[in-house]
Write a protein that binds this ligand. Structure first.
Ligand code: NI
Ligand code: MN
Length: 228
């Protein structure tokens, strides 16, 4: 298996560690930009950052077909169990980490909201700090800019994934500010160009990252990958 991170459009990512594949925030079959359908993916683990439909619409079908454990904040893990019959879940909460066969997954703060599609309470929204053997990744997921990103960066981030779409999350300028706080080696934009209200010029954002930070911005299209 490759060691790579593939953008599946919007906030959806497939992380392949060489031994395991981890699917983050699957929004595929109803996404205007996803290069794959839910049926095409058989991840070993599924991570869900928060309760919004554009982060979990395909999670139950994939979890139930593959039996992949679904990792989420406690309230969302329980909702998948009770409402969708997902057999294997890992419920956690902000600040906590769980050791999984491929590495550790820590649930980080996110400034956002998190109601589930049926109106259920989804707990707090989250991001993920994923520590593989040689690579540490930070997925900010849907969030505003916040100062504690500097603390998250102290883990030594190789790859940060930040939203730049604006309106529902940080926009490009705040994502540059976030990059300064996190100080990752490489930074990838997400959560943009899915629909007209979150259209952004990612190359313009990348130019600012290059000018103002030491991070290497990497702009890819849905379906493309970066190696770890
Ligand atoms: Ni959201
Ligand atoms: Mn979203």
């Amino acid at each position: 298996m490759a060691r790579q991170l593939t953008w599946l459009g919007h906030g959806s990512w497939l992380l392949e560690t060489g031994t395991h594949s981890i699917l983050l925030d699957p929004f595929l079959n109803d996404s205007p930009t996803s290069p794959v359908k839910a049926e095409d993916l058989s991840p070993d683990y599924i991570l869900i950052s928060h309760g919004h439909f554009d982060h979990l619409s395909d999670a139950a079908s994939i979890a139930n077909r593959t039996q992949a454990p679904l990792v989420a904040i406690y309230e969302i893990a329980e909702w998948f169990q009770k409402q969708h019959g997902v057999a294997s879940t890992v419920g956690m909460n902000l600040g906590g980490a769980v050791q999984l066969p491929f590495g550790s997954v820590k649930m980080t703060n996110a400034l956002h909201s998190s109601q589930l599609p049926d109106g259920s309470y989804g707990g707090n929204p989250a991001g993920f700090l994923v520590k593989l053997e040689e690579v540490t990744l930070y997925f900010a997921c849907d969030t505003a800019l916040f100062g504690d990103m500097q603390l998250i960066g102290q883990a030594g981030i190789d790859i940060a994934v930040l939203p730049i779409g604006d309106l529902f999350t940080m926009g490009p300028d705040d994502a540059v500010a976030a990059t300064k706080l996190i100080q990752p080696k490489r930074v990838l934009p997400a959560h943009y160009n899915t629909w007209p209200p979150i259209e952004q010029d990612a190359e313009a954002w990348a130019a600012k990252v290059r000018e103002q930070t030491d991070a290497e911005p990497i702009v890819i299209e849905p379906g493309q990958s970066v190696s770890l």
